[in-house]
Write a protein that binds this ligand. Structure first.
Ligand code: GDP
Ligand code: IMO
Ligand code: MG
Length: 458
């Protein structure tokens, strides 16, 4: 495969003279580069499948943000796996999987997921997993508070966010308010950890009097999890430093959630609580920007969204229903039906502005196979005038009028296509239009769930 995994030596070999004498300066060896896979829409683009494809060659596969709100599906040899906290690369028995400091970890969720996959035949996952000691912990009560906050939002605003109720918002809030507890705290002095845990519970109970927590029972369980977790825990920053600066290594980063759900750049407040764009890779793993190599954006050939919030190209009609049923658009984490609509290139271009994609993986093209015509959102208009940016304000986003390009459907089954020339010309035209409009090459086209159903373009 021709992406830039390799140790690229950006050596600074210039040796300017100082004081009349040539002095040797330290070489600035950048080291290995991490290949990054990020969601370019509202999530569920097929990141798991793209990561799986690249992970067959990877030495280290990392998660850098989010928690078990993510649901990544991988289909190998007809067997379907869904990953939430574990990097999808855990399937590759030759690679190490790493959960970075930017991830929030619900320990019962992590072990449940591992045990479930163990039963499916994924043996030895816990020997291949490394967990950063700086990662924050999602407690059971964070998940309860997530539900209470949703009820409160519904009562106050008449609408909630539609979170996954995995405690993501409350756990990142604890982190930001500096009362959160990390893996290193759990593995340190347990008496000190217990005191801080009780204080945190107390803090939440003063905000939510309805919250009941059996503190002693929680601490007992946490102590057991601590011992199961201990062999996997490392200083994540140092681990990554060694991986980047040792012998050539293929390092892959699996983004969770997506650009339009990013806490800073997404459709706030209908977003998640982490940075799902490229900056989250550096902060969530402790690696320098110079060590970021290829950044692949994953986009579906149409658009879906789970939960509440503006969705300009949504189709509340037969087209939306067809995409939902043909695409099996049901949330992996929550089992909720995903809302469906036409491909919105305004949002994919916006994701590209932030992430600087080197290439795109366009997934689920096969779902469009039966349509007579296919539309693509190419611009937003406000009061009849095109706007060049993606609106920050949700009231404005609700008001935009979408300008569409219409393409004739190819009405041919593409699921058996394995190379570009196997695709009908009308499908090729659709793909080329998307590529030109975003200004980023499309490297893969997905035509089915399995590892093999991915056409590689270059
Ligand atoms: P992620 O969260 O981005 O990893 O994506 P999800 O796993 O939540 O959702 C993507 C769904 O689409 C999964 O059920 C995948 O198996 C499926 N999928 C991925 N790529 C393709 C494709 O090219 N064609 C079809 N038909 N299904 C795909
Ligand atoms: P993957 O990695 C789709 C959405 C939720 C909700 C909002 C906030 O599978 O693409 P949260 O529980 O994070 O506080 O929920 O974000 N959301 C996702 N939607 N795919 C995801 O992840 C998502 N992660 C969060 O539906 O609207
Ligand atoms: Mg998903």
């Amino acid at each position: 495969m021709s992406h830039t995994w390799s140790a690229k030596d950006h050596k600074n070999t210039s040796q300017p003279a100082t004081g009349g004498q040539a002095q040797k300066r330290p070489r600035n060896d950048v080291g290995n580069k991490a290949t990054v896979v990020l969601g370019a829409q509202w999530g569920d683009e097929g990141k798991g499948k793209v990561v799986d494809l690249l992970a067959t060659e990877a030495d280290v596969v990392c998660r850098c943000q989010g928690g078990n709100n993510a649901g990544h599906t991988v289909v190998v040899d007809g067997k379907e796996y869904d990953f939430h906290l574990l990097p999808s690369g855990i399937i590759n028995t030759k690679s190490i999987s790493l959960i970075g400091n930017g991830v929030v970890i619900h320990l019962p969720g992590l072990f449940e997921e591992g045990d479930k996959n163990d039963k499916k035949g994924l043996k030895g996952w816990d020997k291949r997993l490394i967990v950063s000691d700086r990662a924050h912990i999602v407690f059971d009560f964070h998940q309860v508070v997530d539900g209470l906050q949703e009820t409160e939002r519904q009562a106050q605003d008449g609408k909630n966010i539609g979170t996954t109720k995995k405690g993501i918002g409350p756990a990142y809030s604890s982190k930001a308010s500096r009362t959160g507890l990390r893996v290193c705290d759990l593995l340190g002095d347990f008496k000190d950890f217990s005191t801080r845990f009780k204080n945190l519970v107390h803090q939440y109970q003063s905000m939510y009097p309805a919250l009941t927590v059996d503190v002693e029972d929680q601490l007992k369980k946490l102590k057991e999890y601590a011992e199961r977790l201990r062999p996997m825990v490392r200083d994540g920053v140092y681990y990554m430093y060694e991986a980047l600066h040792g012998p050539p290594k293929k390092i892959l980063v699996e983004g969770a959630n997506a650009a339009l759900l990013d806490i800073d750049f997404g459709t706030y407040p209908f977003v998640t609580s982490s940075n799902c764009t490229v900056g989250g890779v550096c902060t969530g793993l402790g690696i320098p920007p110079l060590n970021i190599g290829d950044v692949y954006g994953v986009a579906k050939a149409y658009t879906t969204r789970v939960g509440i919030g503006a969705f300009p190209t949504e189709q509340l009609n037969a087209v939306g229903e067809l995409l939902q049923t043909r695409g099996h658009e049901v949330g992996v984490t929550t089992g909720r039906k995903r809302r469906c609509g036409w491909l919105d290139l305004v949002i994919v271009r916006y994701a590209h502005m932030i992430n600087g994609f080197t290439a795109i993986a366009l997934t689920k093209l096969d779902i469009l196979d039966v349509l007579d015509e296919i539309k693509v959102g190419v611009a937003y208009k406000l009061n009849g005038k095109r706007i060049p940016h993606f609106p920050a304000n949700m009231d404005v986003l609700h008001k935009v009028e979408v300008e569409y390009e219409t393409f004739p459907g190819w009405k041919t089954d593409t699921s058996a296509a394995r190379k570009w020339n196997d695709l009908p010309v009308k499908a090729q035209n659709y793909i080329r239009f998307i590529e030109n409009h975003i200004g980023v090459p499309i490297k893969w086209v997905g035509v089915g769930k399995s590892r093999e159903s991915m056409i590689q373009m270059f």
